[in-house]
Design a protein around this ligand. Structure first.
Ligand code: NAD
Length: 478
């Protein structure tokens, strides 16, 4: 049992102003796994005051000073990687190999990337007689989801620190264990008091109080589209910057060539990673209609290979995060069946032999049309929809016929063709045969949000741009 009842404010572990708690549930066993504190607007005020006070000095620190702090965090992070992985498995049921590998590795990768970027980042730029100066925006409110918990925290906290901002973090209630360990890492690294503050609580209480807070200068939010809209509305009267990283319903266009079978299998397996709880998951696979029969056979075989079970064992897929998530996914699977899609693998209920825990069958539907609910809404579970196309132009049209535009992929043996198709997808993160890059910009078009995180792009979210006019050209600092 884990018990995390304190918040981290002004460099100290403090009691909430009024202690309210909630039990956490292990998604693998449905047993109580711990207890966490829930904050209030008064806790938000306290954290914001500490961040505001610290901003006066932290915003004036040198690049070298901030690099030293980030290097100290890196040293402490590397000591606690095992603890972070265990926390992620406990809180959201990610298999240990995934939690200790990709989950924790993403946080590490964003930290080393932030260090690399900070070494070279141009905070000042001379343009004729004008000096363009990029200054930290101020006190930042960081609100994160549970699905890649350390990744989401890392892509906000490290660039915010690197650019000289101070911050208040509120992670998801479902992923508080890893947020707690992350905070312990920053504490051990002696991040100056008030620069980083962590409070816990419900989105509707703590998150809402942050969104409308008059002394928070920007909110960086990652989560669902409805919550993103609520936050933007609540923030509007204060005219703060709101960076939104929201949901997706991304398309994987599998081209008609010799690599098709391998690419279909890869697309199925990829969909099941993290139990399908990935914002950029390519949950719509677009395949040549004429080859649907062959695709179905490959997809059925690939889904059957995905083992589901105890995340502390060797299974490829653990449970989904919560009962609510389990029930929501079951509802979508039912809609897929009732809507007339062909159920290729999986379906309703738990996988055979699993009586307890929020386990979902790796599910694949084929002959899906783009007007079906399972093709339009973000399911956020291990459910893949396969749609047929007649030609590449139609595939692109189907891919872009979505309210979302977060990610996409084009899979094909002919690189030139794949690149040409990828350019036509209206989304922010498009793989060509599944590329990956910590220095690429991550963020969405349309209802997938307006922010760009990762690498140098993440720094810009935390900076204001000032023009110093009439600045003598020979006075430029860098
Ligand atoms: P969620 O929107 O329910 O919650 C996200 C965070 O927002 C939590 O900390 C929550 O407490 C808080 N919150 C909820 N309502 C709020 C409100 N009214 N005001 C302020 N804060 C509020 O999302 P979730 O279930 O935690 O995460 C899954 C969603 O996140 C999916 O839609 C997924 O696609 C999206 N996501 C997007 C990205 C991206 O980078 N674009 C990455 C990961 C997850």
């Amino acid at each position: 049992m884990r018990e995390y009842l304190k918040f981290y404010i002004d460099g100290k572990w403090v009691d909430p102003i009024e202690l309210k708690t909630v039990n956490t549930v292990d998604p693998a066993t449905e047993q109580v796994s711990g207890k966490i504190a829930l904050g209030s607007p008064a806790d938000v005020d306290r954290a914001v005051k500490a961040a505001r006070k610290a901003f006066a000095t932290w915003s004036q620190t040198t690049r070298e000073h901030r690099l030293e702090v980030l290097q100290r965090i890196l040293a402490e992070y590397e000591k606690r990687m095992g603890d972070l992985g265990a926390a992620i498995t406990d809180e959201m049921g990610a298999p240990a190999s995934l939690a200790n590998g990709f989950h924790v590795g993403l946080g590490h990768g964003h930290l080393t990337t932030a260090i690399d970027v900070l070494k070279k980042f141009k905070f000042e730029e001379q343009r004729g007689a004008t000096l363009i100066v990029k200054e930290p925006i101020g006190v930042c409110g960081l609100i994160t989801p549970w699905n890649w918990p350390i990744n989401q925290i890392a892509v906000k906290v490290f660039p915010a620190l690197a650019t000289g901002c101070t911050m208040v973090l509120k992670a998801s209630q479902e992923s508080h264990f890893s947020a707690q360990i992350f905070t312990e890492i920053l504490d051990a690294a002696s991040v100056p008091a008030g620069v980083f503050n962590m409070i816990q609580g419900k989105g509707s209480v703590v998150g809402a109080a942050m969104s409308c807070h008059s002394d928070i200068d920007m909110i960086s939010f990652t989560g669902s589209e409805p919550a993103g809209v609520e936050i933007a509305k609540a923030a509007a009267p204060t005219v703060k910057r709101v960076c939104q990283e929201l949901g997706g319903k991304s398309a994987n266009i599998v081209l008609d060539d010799t690599a098709l079978a391998g690419n279909v299998a890869k697309g199925v397996t990829g969909m099941m990673v993290n139990s399908g709880q990935t914002c950029s998951a390519t949950s719509r696979m677009l395949v040549p209609k004429a080859r649907m029969k062959e695709v179905i056979a490959v997809a059925r075989e690939a889904a059957a290979q995905v083992t589901v079970g105890n995340p502390k064992g060797n299974s490829a897929m653990g449970p989904v995060v919560s009962k609510a998530q389990f029930e929501s996914i079951q509802g979508y699977i039912k809609k897929g069946i009732d809507g007339g899609a062909t159920l290729v693998a999986g379906g309703l209920g738990r996988p055979d032999g699993l009586e307890k825990g929020f386990y979902v069958k790796p599910t694949v539907f084929a002959n899906v049309t783009n007007d079906m609910t399972i093709a339009r809404e973000e399911i956020f579970g291990p459910v893949l929809a396969i749609l047929g196309y007649d030609n590449v132009e139609q595939a692109v049209a189907i891919a872009n016929d979505s309210e979302f535009g977060l990610a996409g992929n084009v899979a094909g043996a002919d690189l030139d063709k794949a690149r040409a198709v990828a350019r036509q997808i209206r989304a922010g993160w498009v793989g060509i045969n599944d590329g990956f890059d910590f220095h690429a910009a991550f963020g969405g078009y349309k209802k997938s949000g307006n922010g760009r995180e990762w690498g140098e792009f993440g720094f810009h979210e935390y900076l204001e741009i000032k023009s110093l006019l009439g600045y003598a050209p020979d006075k430029a600092a860098e």
